[in-house]
Design a binder for this molecule. Structure first.
Ligand SMILES: *Cc1c(COP(=O)(O)O)cnc(C)c1O
Length: 402
């Protein structure tokens, strides 16, 4: 077949995406990532980044990355096990483990890769993986890559989790692994880790938490959802495996990790394919991420600011009559329920951008039908004035769209 025929097929797929209203257009930013950004369509207040602690352009993080270019060079040009491990890679892994309350940690090129690599290594055909229905795409793909038996439970439904555990036990699974996001990114809801750890104990299962939307800022010391839920008290940690990203709160550069028991980390270093066959994280990213982690670990300033910002936004929006999903997380879904919701959410988000406030609307199939929303993400980089500007833009855009 020549490309001519294939071109037509692909063009047809693109048209179908467009006609379904699902075509993603990228807005181009002309500045560093921050609360106030420039775009090719003018300046904007940014309320849709995962820059929770405002560290993406923090001077200490940038300075550490810049210095690393001089001290450590630009690239590694090697996977970790050949000649791609600098002393700072191991330092970062130890620091992540210490912060997470685990024996050790292993860096991956991304958290997508961490989740892509782990299941195949740990879970074989005689094992069972029990996964929350709303888990991140990378967990779904990683589970698919393993030969383990698969079970799924409804989002945060502990009765269903129990049923699935019973099914796995009845099927004589050798090892059982419960896997959940720490925070569900479309809702800002936390996993119910006390109940999950209790069930795991009862059934002799392991617990894995993907804490990408939590590490650095959730919990009293920012150590994650396990700290927030009280299954990690700084010493005892009831979660066996934590995956996370350096691409969100911790500077937002790139890279991901698995923090876990020693044997799990050691085995992943031997067998995890994205670790063995993909380039080591770049030196400047390692150095910048270490600086970001140090800020998250040693100072509560950004965390307190973020908490204040999320609470302020939630209270002003509620006062203005908007329908929010309840909670405390800096992911704040502003709901537009019903038949007409998807259109209203999209039009309001567009109207807000013309007022210089950048937010994103989500509708089916990303979220359930009839539950369209604008997902607002607060950052420690926002000021009270930024938040009031955002709320004012919501009110004015609602009035305009009707
Ligand atoms: C963002 C995210 C990832 C992917 O992280 P990357 O490091 O960008 O690949 C994985 N899991 C969850 C839950 C996420 O939110």
């Amino acid at each position: 077949m020549t490309y001519g025929a294939i071109r037509e097929q692909l063009a047809g797929e693109l048209t179908a995406i467009e006609e379904a209203g699902l075509f993603k257009r990228e807005r181009q930013i002309t500045t560093p990532q921050s609360a106030h950004i420039g775009t090719t369509q003018g300046p904007a207040l940014n309320f849709c980044a995962n820059n929770y602690l405002g560290l993406a352009d923090h001077p200490d993080v940038v300075a550490a990355a810049r210095k690393a270019l001089d001290d450590w060079g630009f690239g590694m040009a090697s996977v970790r096990f050949i000649c791609g491990t600098q002393t700072q890679h191991r330092e970062l892994e130890r620091e992540i483990a210490q912060f997470s309350g685990t024996d050790d940690a292993i860096l991956f090129p991304s958290c997508f890769d961490a989740n892509g690599g782990i299941f195949e290594v740990l879970m074989g055909p005689e094992d069972a993986i029990i996964s929350d229905a709303l888990n991140h795409a990378s967990i779904i793909d990683g589970v698919r890559l393993s030969k383990a038996q698969r079970y799924r439970y409804s989002n945060r439904d502990m009765a269903d989790l129990r049923s699935q555990l019973e099914a796995a036990r009845d099927a004589d699974a050798r090892r059982i692994l419960i896997v959940t996001d720490g925070v569900f990114s479309m809702d800002g809801y936390y996993a119910t880790l006390v109940e999950i750890c209790d069930l795991a104990e009862e059934f002799g299962a392991m617990v894995m938490v993907d804490d990408s939307h939590a590490v650095g800022f959730v919990g009293e010391h920012g150590r994650g959802t396990h700290e927030h839920c009280g299954v990690f008290d700084g010493v005892t940690n009831r979660v066996d495996i934590i995956t996370g990203t350096l691409g969100k709160a911790l500077g937002g550069g790139s890279g991901g990790y698995v923090a876990a028991h020693q044997e799990i980390v050691d085995l992943l270093k031997q067998r995890a394919r994205p670790y063995l066959f993909s380039n080591a994280v770049a030196p400047s990213i390692v150095a910048g991420s270490r600086a970001a982690l140090a800020i998250a670990r040693d100072s509560s300033e950004q965390r307190e600011r973020l908490k204040h910002n999320a609470a302020l936004f939630r209270s002003l929006m509620t006062e203005a009559g908007f329908d929010l999903l309840p909670g405390s997380h800096p992911i704040v879904p502003v709901m537009f329920p019903g038949e007409d919701g998807a259109r209203r959410a999209t039009e309001i988000a567009d109207a807000m951008l013309t007022r210089g406030v950048y937010v994103i609307a989500f509708s089916f199939p990303v979220v359930p039908r009839g539950q369209a929303r604008i997902r607002v993400q607060l950052s420690a980089a926002h000021t009270d004035d930024d938040i009031r500007t955002c709320v004012d833009a919501f009110v004015a855009s609602r009035d305009e769209v009707g």
